[in-house]
Design a protein around this ligand. Sequence first.
Ligand SMILES: *Cc1c(COP(=O)(O)O)cnc(C)c1O
Length: 245
Amino acid sequence: MASGSTEGTAAGPDERRAELAASLDDLRARIVQASVQAGRNATDVVLIAVTKTFPLTDVRLLLELGVDDLGENRDQEAKAKAAQLASTDVRWHFLGQVQTNKARSVAAYAQCVHSVDRASLVDALQLALTRSGRDRLDVFIQVNLDGTSGRGGAAPGLVAGLADQIAGTAALRLRGVMTVAPLGAEPARAFGQLAEISQRLRHDHQAATDISAGMSGDFVSAIAAGATHLRIGSALLGPRGQVVS
Ligand SMILES: *Cc1c(COP(=O)(O)O)cnc(C)c1O
């Protein structure tokens, strides 16, 4: 388990490398174990290391340790890190709410946006891709399961319409559905609901088989419910300090 240094500055680079290597090994072992328990193949589960608030030095160490998929939730921070790592093969996953006026910025570095939740954002991302000359962006529809608005995510009843809209664009490729388990709720229940929504989605969108679910505290139950993309920060990098915005 990672512990201690929030920013990776207290430990020297070698110590931090060893710390990250150990927590990555541990995490991968837990993912394999949860997959076996669920009767699934661990190779069908993508680990996205959520590096938000952690420094570029940590990101580079993770790349050296073989992590290719990185997640961020704020455009400014993600953009800066992506610019520094432009010569690498890293895949950036954008996980946070995307303001429509940031769509163009996000679409310039992200391979995948997990937080598509409204029609205006679908339009903005497609337009951004057209303008930048890129021909493809993978997207997940974020589903809000806590019945309140404001924290991002589309109500379950809006998923089908958004999926049809995405399918009608030239450059957006629908991967599937994403959720953040509601606070205070049983994650297994939320992930079960998400799995049902995913099943329904596949009737009309057979290629949209992916499920982005599971964070540090609940990835075992997400794997049990069929998650294909885990978004894990603190279990890998340690506790986040104050989020400076
Ligand atoms: C921060 C974040 C994560 C990672 O959370 P941990 O609990 O640190 O694993 C996953 N998904 C989203 C959308 C996030 O914002």
